[in-house]
Design a binder for this molecule. Structure first.
Ligand code: HPA
Length: 278
């Protein structure tokens, strides 16, 4: 595993990136597996591959492009990460948060995190969109592990409203207005990169999880430490292991995302519109 992210490294990354966009940002969006198409809608887009940003770990996952974009979504200035950094790629948990911390330094106050996830709740089905109401971090680690960096916020961060009630209500409003059916539930993070065993899926069910994935929670911890509001959206790409008698694979995750991308994009657009109206 690489070393923890330092303030000096973050500062160098910020100095590089802040020269690329000279307009105030209204919101940040992190696009998960197969959900990258939203970046195509950005106007006046400035794109910076992760590997050009100092100290930014490269993302090597298929369906994760690894590009940081600035641009306008329906005339609202946003930062968009197409792809993300994962713990299972060997990154220290603090390093996974670099993109979120950069967004915070660039002035983003509202963050939308998205991912593909397996359903643990048997009432969900592949293709469902789930608003994340809370999370379970079962990765065994934490994004704030390591020396405390006072510039980033508190040492002990309150997570009682990790997912903003205001942004959740915006998402529900957009769902109702646009006839987009939305599930709601608890996202459980596992380290991956193996998918879960059927016993692990049953465990998560008993612990109160509704969906399971390998990302997002470290980003949310960093966002809360830096006082950003968070909306989380999971695209249910498959049923969790053992719920159906069939193996899981990354292609299925990508196919399901492709099938539901219109509703997904409309949901995010609608929420960004409401944030801009505040
Ligand atoms: N488990 C963990 N991560 C995932 C899954 C899953 O079933 N589907 C998509 N990401």
């Amino acid at each position: 595993m690489n070393s923890p992210l330092t303030q000096q490294e973050l500062q160098e990354a910020y100095e590089f990136l802040s020269k690329k966009a000279d307009f105030p940002l209204q919101a940040g969006i992190i696009l998960g597996s197969g959900l990258g198409d939203l970046a195509d809608l950005l106007e006046r887009k400035i794109s910076v591959p992760f590997h050009e940003i100092p100290h930014f770990p490269a993302s090597g996952v298929a369906g994760h492009k690894g590009v940081f974009h600035f641009g306008f979504l329906d005339n609202v200035a946003v930062a968009v990460m197409q792809g993300r950094v994962h713990y299972y790629e060997g990154n220290h948990p603090s390093r996974v948060t670099i993109g979120v911390r950069l967004m915070a330094l660039l002035g983003v106050r509202s963050l939308i995190v998205t991912n593909a996830a397996g359903a643990v709740n048997p009432n969900f089905k592949p293709g469902d969109l789930m608003l994340i109401t809370d999370h379970l971090n079962l990765t065994g680690a934490n994004a704030l592990l390591g020396a405390h960096v006072p510039e980033w916020g508190e040492r002990f961060v309150d997570m009682s409203e990790a997912y903003s009630l205001q942004l959740l209500s915006y998402a529900r409003e957009v769902g109702e207005a646009g006839n987009i059916i939305l599930q709601e539930g608890v996202y459980c993070a596992m380290s991956g990169p193996t998918y879960e065993t059927p016993a692990e899926v049953r465990m998560i069910q008993r612990l109160g999880g509704d969906a399971v994935g390998m990302s997002t929670v470290y980003e949310v911890m960093a966002a809360r430490q830096m006082d950003m509001r968070v909306l989380g959206v999971s695209l249910i790409s498959n049923m969790g292991a053992g719920i159906l008698q069939q193996p899981l694979n990354h292609e299925e995750v990508m196919e399901t995302a492709a099938r539901r991308k219109t509703d997904f994009i409309n949901l995010i657009r609608g929420v960004i519109f409401l944030i801009d109206k505040e």
